[in-house]
Structures are given as structure tokens and as C-alpha cells.
Design a protein around this ligand. Structure first.
Ligand code: FES
Length: 176
């Protein structure tokens, strides 16, 4: 084999290696883009799915008008917790001054469940970073277009009672 043949052979091998690297980079890029696209689609579709499924109401199911959450001392000032109001997610927050506020916990953007994060960040939606004021339920940041729907809160004989607005205590069928 002449030196020209050897040089040509080496050049061909180098081309093959380069081609293999290009193909593997291309494959890696395609796989990465595919994963990114799948994640993005899931992120967009999931809140919409939750929005559609959370509004389903079983006909004949008894409508809950009030829920007892137990003793007022179980929720420290400056904290909050999620609970079920019948079939719907709800949220109660206690201000640092001791005042209670309760809301329908369905985000007004696409229906994800919101939660109380802390005194600084207030009520937060993990789906797209929406934020609400814990004392008023007003939408204050992110995509939510309107405030959270309010629920009434009363402390009756030391127990926190959350009810639908306009439901008087004498008519309440309290579910605990
Ligand atoms: S569902 Fe989008 S911010 Fe809550």
C-alpha cells in the first residue's frame, strides 16, 4: 500500500468518525426535542383536563352546603390548608391576626387546585404560577383572570364551619 493510499484510507476513516458523531448528535437532539415537546404538551393539556373533569357533577348527589373543619386552634395564624368541600377542593387560610378566609380552591385560570404556600407568597397555583391574595382571594400575579370564589367561615362553639355564601346557619347541614 503506497503512502497516498494510506493517507486516503486515514482520511476516509476520519470522515466515518465525523459522520458517526454528527448522526449521534442529531439523534440526541431529536430525542431531546421529542421529550421537550411531550412535556410541553402535557403541561398544556393537564390543566385543561383538570378543568373539564372537575366541573363534572353527579346527578342525584347530595349538595354539600357546609363543612366542619374541627377546632379553631388546629389552624395556627399565618397558615392555611386544603380540604374537601363535598366533591370540590377548597382552601382555608388564617391571617396573622387570626381572621379566617375560605375559598373554592379551583384556580380561575384553568382549574388546577391552588394552595396556601406561606405568608409571603400567599395562595399559589403550581400549574402556571398564578398567585392570589390570601386575605381577599384577589388574583395578584400570573395568568388567573379573576379572584377565587369565596366561601363563608364561622367559628361555632370553637369549631370552624365553612359554608356556601348565603347559606344561613340554621339551614346548614354540616358535614364533618
Ligand atoms: S391553572 Fe394556570 S395559573 Fe392556575
Amino acid at each position: 500500500m503506497s503512502s497516498d493510499d494510506l493517507a486516503q484510507h486515514d482520511a476516509l476513516q476520519a470522515d466515518d468518525k465525523l459522520m458517526a458523531q454528527v448522526v449521534s448528535r442529531r439523534t440526541f437532539l431529536k430525542a431531546t426535542l421529542g421529550l421537550f415537546a411531550a412535556g410541553w404538551v402535557s403541561m398544556m393539556v393537564y390543566p385543561f383536563f383538570r378543568y373539564l373533569t372537575s366541573s363534572v357533577k353527579l346527578s342525584g348527589a347530595e349538595e354539600v352546603t357546609s363543612v366542619s373543619l374541627g377546632g379553631a386552634e388546629t389552624l395556627a395564624p399565618g397558615t392555611g390548608k386544603n380540604f374537601q368541600f363535598g366533591s370540590k377542593p377548597a382552601l382555608i387560610v388564617r391571617d396573622t391576626d387570626g381572621t379566617f378566609h375560605a375559598y373554592d380552591a379551583m384556580c380561575t385560570h384553568l382549574g388546577c387546585t391552588v394552595q396556601f404556600k406561606d405568608a409571603k407568597d400567599g395562595i399559589w397555583c403550581a400549574c402556571h404560577g398564578g398567585k392570589y391574595d390570601p386575605s381577599t382571594g384577589k388574583n395578584i400575579a400570573g395568568p388567573p383572570p379573576k379572584p377565587l370564589a369565596k366561601l363563608d367561615v364561622a367559628v361555632v362553639e370553637g369549631n370552624i364551619i365553612v359554608s356556601k355564601p348565603g347559606v344561613t346557619l340554621s339551614n346548614k347541614a354540616v358535614e364533618s
